[in-house]
Design a protein around this ligand. Sequence first.
Ligand code: EPZ
Length: 421
Amino acid sequence: MDYLKITSAKNLSGSIKISGAKNASLPLIAMTILAKNPVVIKNLPHVADIRTLLKLLSNLGASCEFAEDSVTVNTAALTQTKATYDIVKTMRASILVLGPILARFGHCEVSLPGGCAIGQRPIDLHLKALEQMGAKIEIHAGYVQATAPDGLKGCNIIFDKITVTGTANIVMAAALAHGITYITNAAREPEVVQLCEVLNASGVKIEGIGTAILSVHGTSGALVNIAPFAIIPDRIEAGTYLCAAAITKSEITLTNAEPKHLGAVLAKLEEMGCTFTLADDTITLHPTEVLKAVKIVTQEYPAFPTDMQAQFLALATQAEGTSIIEERLFENRFMHVSELQRMGAKITLNGHTATVNGKSELSGTDVMATDLRASSALVLAGLVADGETNVHRIYHLDRGYDSLEKKLENVGADIIRLKEK
Ligand code: EPZ
């Protein structure tokens, strides 16, 4: 296993190129199941979760051809419709193949994804919506067995809670359904928007894109022709590097970024004293010498994203005054707190709210990553802690960050990937 050794950074400087969004790539890869042609996907990030999903599709009979900055996915020969536990257990987003496989083949078996470190992560809303569309759903021996021999039927879906992959799953199922599917309380994340835009451009008429009410005009089982497209920039990766710049009081420019997807994150960094120069696809952060405390509540897009909560908690340990961060989406997304406390952070936890009691001098030590975004929070803390910080179990980090240590090293951070003895 690898770990990262970080020695506290002086100021960083320079620019970081943002990769394609992991959470846009996953549904868009699953979407190739709906295509009648080989689909060219550009700007895919080189991260473990993408490799896992491509491996899953290959196991089902699809073929993937890799080029310099793109992959071509051909699902014409896809015949298997069972996503087995061995793959699904490593990445719960595998559930994204359920909607498209069921819509295309009329049956699908997917291992229940189970929970993960940050929460129980149920899929009840996915399954309830598919049943409303006419699917028969059974849970047997840890697998979801879904059948819809006559295809899926468009209907009125109202999600009890906003679910990102739930919305993506149902949009893809609805794309091949008979009739129109109305989805109310749909997720509006940019990653869901891109999925809708690509499908709409491929002949699946979708109205209300970007809003909480979508209508998807199904093709009644006809596969669609999908032209090449490029994955949107990863807003969470970008937000993470903005926090790296703010915490080390460095001026950093992000390239290949999308400022429009980062409204709530930029607003909170401004509240803390940072300023920005924005252009089409670049963001330059101008740091503040004295970071101000902040209040954050995580909510669905376009509000402050839960995937940035851990990074801002690390940043808040360097702010003057008391910061309060409330996590409203997941029941167990504060596991980075105990590791930050071991580094000297003055954080108290009370249920879903973390209170940071002023600025603390952090000391480098051995810390353990517990989930993807917690890993990046520990790296941020390591950049300003006295001495060396070793972040262990960074297979979590590798799931969603493309070449993080190289990108930070290129702007002057003292960070190196080593092998556990
Ligand atoms: C997506 O997860 C992201 N993953 C997560 O990013 C992100 O944290 C999350 O959305 C929220 O923005 C991908 O896109 C691959 P949800 P998802 O369904 O779709 C409850 C990262 O770090 N819920 O929007 O699984 C659920 O328990 C990852 O990149 C149900 O109750 O999240 C949660 O409380 C972590 N029943 C809330 O809804 C369901 O059927 C939001 O979950 C589905 C969800």
